[in-house]
Design a protein around this ligand. Structure first.
Ligand SMILES: *[C@@H]1O[C@H](CO)[C@@H](O)[C@H](O)[C@H]1NC(C)=O
Ligand SMILES: *[C@@H]1O[C@H](CO)[C@@H](O)[C@H](O)[C@H]1NC(C)=O
Ligand SMILES: *[C@@H]1O[C@H](CO)[C@@H](O)[C@H](O)[C@H]1NC(C)=O
Ligand SMILES: *[C@@H]1O[C@H](CO)[C@@H](O)[C@H](O)[C@H]1NC(C)=O
Ligand SMILES: *[C@@H]1O[C@H](CO)[C@@H](O)[C@H](O)[C@H]1NC(C)=O
Ligand SMILES: *[C@@H]1O[C@H](CO)[C@@H](O)[C@H](O)[C@H]1NC(C)=O
Ligand SMILES: *[C@@H]1O[C@H](CO)[C@@H](O)[C@H](O)[C@H]1NC(C)=O
Ligand SMILES: *[C@@H]1O[C@H](CO)[C@@H](O)[C@H](O)[C@H]1NC(C)=O
Ligand SMILES: *[C@@H]1O[C@H](CO)[C@@H](O)[C@H](O)[C@H]1NC(C)=O
Ligand SMILES: *[C@@H]1O[C@H](CO)[C@@H](O)[C@H](O)[C@H]1NC(C)=O
Ligand SMILES: *[C@@H]1O[C@H](CO)[C@@H](O)[C@H](O)[C@H]1NC(C)=O
Ligand SMILES: *[C@@H]1O[C@H](CO)[C@@H](O)[C@H](O)[C@H]1NC(C)=O
Length: 456
């Protein structure tokens, strides 16, 4: 009995100790790791460089669910800021995660307010269409994704943080924006450009990094299931050495380190973002840029840099699409001066009608084909797009939920059972990490109780 009560007294300490601590998933970002399931079978071909006006390569890295002040006060981020430009008026576009990622690929979040499984129809364009029109190479690197072109909802693999714990879901599709669009997922050559971190190592080692790069760390390294300090340790492990490696970062590389959304829903979604890389001139390193940006700015900046066409959505909305000043000053692009009360609230969740909002459903519509974006090119028109079915021609929003229906784009993927299930109710916080820590803790508790039983 004595042993049991002593153990029970020790439990709070044991529980506290289960908060995951950072462990490098590999010996280095350019070293293949058995902690990643899929080995690399290939490297991409060395890209033919299409020169941009300010940069030749754009890399974005997304961390999760953190308020501006929390990131700004974390040493890994404030130290990095000395090497780049801090964007201190940069906002996510809604909550929770998935719609923000979708926005960065497609210029809209489609009214979405959950993280369920969707397949966006193939006549809906993305940044991939704009890049490929100009033969600009692109790739999406997803840590802990098992196979190239994997379209599954999530993936669970050995728990490398704690080998005695059950396997862990490190990869989720909701953070892999381009695979959610069928115009990408259903084209095998495009699907294959969703690659894991063993492929990343192979590609960089082969000096074959494409020109447009989306990087998603896994659910522990991106702070989703952990803390901003954990993610900071990952940034130090992953990004610091790569900043010194010209196969990743050369003097024509611009890197955006950003967050999907704030942790707190009741503030206006201001997220911490840095521009890094050799395309940041020396005299701007360690400075701040107060220009108002959103996730659509990553689209319009890329469009501006390479004189691309546009998607005719958020990427052409003059309120939301400012081009990063460091680029705009090279290209001569004039941004909108949006400050103070003119900054829109972009923290609304579930109240925006759209094709992925079951309570305020409107079908997917054609973009405004007359819109002009920062690249000056034409709005991309997919072959099967009905350009006449515009937002103005769409019917009023319908409450499908009240009719017992879901939106047509809701999963599952081609009839597999992996997928959406019922939507968890939106909560005041985007983090699901606490729950996962509890699960791990419960395992340790069970182990301790088991040990206690031996003492009896
Ligand atoms: C892209 O590459 C294809 C095939 O090499 C070529 O026919 C086409 O002209 C190129 N397009 C541009 C915009 O360079
Ligand atoms: C490499 O090929 C093997 C065998 O086909 C496969 O199991 C593995 O998942 C592939 N790796 C990737 C990253 O697709
Ligand atoms: C879904 O199924 C269709 C028809 O069978 C197929 O053409 C398409 O490639 C599949 N898409 C994915 C993402 O597997
Ligand atoms: C990168 O290079 C700088 C100076 O060139 C050096 O101070 C720093 O230690 C290097 N960082 C890493 C992680 O190698
Ligand atoms: C940029 O890097 C290239 C290749 O290393 C070099 O030739 C060029 O001089 C560099 N330009 C500047 C402005 O540093
Ligand atoms: C959005 O943020 C504003 C400013 O903090 C706040 O007043 C508002 O309640 C928030 N909206 C939602 C839906 O949380
Ligand atoms: C552009 O975005 C602003 C802010 O969200 C919105 O009020 C406005 O309606 C949008 N304009 C168009 C043309 O969609
Ligand atoms: C932007 O607008 C603010 C508020 O109206 C004003 O104080 C500021 O001078 C303007 N900045 C520029 C660069 O025009
Ligand atoms: C997209 O394609 C689907 C299937 O062909 C069609 O029903 C829908 O009307 C199209 N939407 C637009 C906006 O063209
Ligand atoms: C769109 O409208 C134009 C002009 O009314 C018409 O010529 C064209 O056939 C329509 N296209 C479709 C796909 O309905
Ligand atoms: C849609 O219908 C559901 C179920 O009847 C209801 O709970 C919800 O409030 C409705 N939403 C809107 C926006 O009317
Ligand atoms: C992973 O997907 C399954 C359905 O395939 C779902 O039940 C589970 O909740 C998902 N887990 C996470 C962490 O997304």
């Amino acid at each position: 009995m004595q042993a049991v009560s002593t153990l029970l007294l020790l439990l709070p300490t044991a529980l506290a100790a289960t908060a995951p601590t950072f462990k490098a998933p590999s010996a280095g970002p350019l070293v293949a790791s058995p902690n990643y399931v899929g080995t690399s079978n290939s490297t991409l071909p060395k890209p033919t460089i299409v020169p941009g006006k300010h940069f030749d390569r754009f890399i974005q890295i997304w961390i999760e669910n953190t308020d501006y002040a929390s990131a700004a006060s974390t040493a890994a981020f404030s130290d990095l800021a000395k090497q780049g430009i801090a964007l201190n008026s940069y906002y996510a576009v809604t909550h929770p995660s998935q719609p923000n990622y979708l926005a960065a690929a497609g210029g809209d979040f489609w009214g979405l307010s959950d993280d369920n499984l969707y397949n966006i129809p193939s006549n809906i364009s993305t940044i991939v269409d704009l890049l490929e029109e100009k033969n600009i190479s692109w790739v999406s690197y997803q840590e802990s994704m098992p196979t190239d072109g994997y379209a599954g909802f999530n993936f669970t693999s050995n728990n490398y943080l704690n080998s005695s714990a059950p396997p862990y879901t490190y990869y989720v599709r909701k953070h892999n924006p381009t695979i959610i669009y069928d115009s990408v997922a259903e084209v095998p050559s495009r699907a294959a450009l969703h690659r894991n971190f063993n492929d990343f190592a192979a590609d960089v080692n082969a000096s074959a990094l494409p020109q447009w790069v989306f990087i998603t760390p896994n659910l522990v390294n991106d702070a989703h299931d952990t803390t901003i300090d954990f993610a900071g340790q990952w940034v130090d492990y992953f990004l610091l050495p790569l900043l010194n490696d010209t196969r990743f970062n050369d003097n024509k590389t611009l890197i955006l380190l950003t967050f999907d959304e704030t942790e707190t829903y009741t503030v206006n979604n201001q997220i911490y973002s840095l521009l890094l890389g050799g395309a940041v001139p020396e005299n701007l390193r360690g400075t701040t840029d107060n220009t108002y940006y959103t996730h659509y700015s990553s689209l319009s900046t890329v469009e501006n840099n390479w004189s691309l066409g546009s998607l005719g959505r958020g990427d052409t909305n003059k309120t939301l699409n400012n081009v990063y000043s460091v680029v705009a000053s090279t290209t001569g692009y004039v941004n909108n001066n949006i400050t103070g009360a003119a900054i829109p609230f972009t923290n609304a969740t579930g109240t925006i009608p759209g094709p992925l909002n079951a309570e305020l459903y409107v079908p997917f519509t054609a973009p405004d084909v007359n819109a002009v974006g920062a690249g000056g090119g034409k709005v991309f028109v997919a072959p099967s797009l009905n350009v006449n079915f515009t937002a103005a021609a769409a019917p009023a929003p319908v409450n499908l939920t009240a009719l017992g229906q879901t939106v047509p784009a809701a999963g599952p993927i081609n009839g597999t059972s992996s997928g959406s299930g019922s939507a968890p109710a939106p909560t005041a916080s985007g983090k699901s990490g606490a729950m996962r820590v509890e699960v791990a803790a419960a395992g340790i508790l069970a182990a301790l109780v088991g040990t206690a039983a031996l003492f009896l």
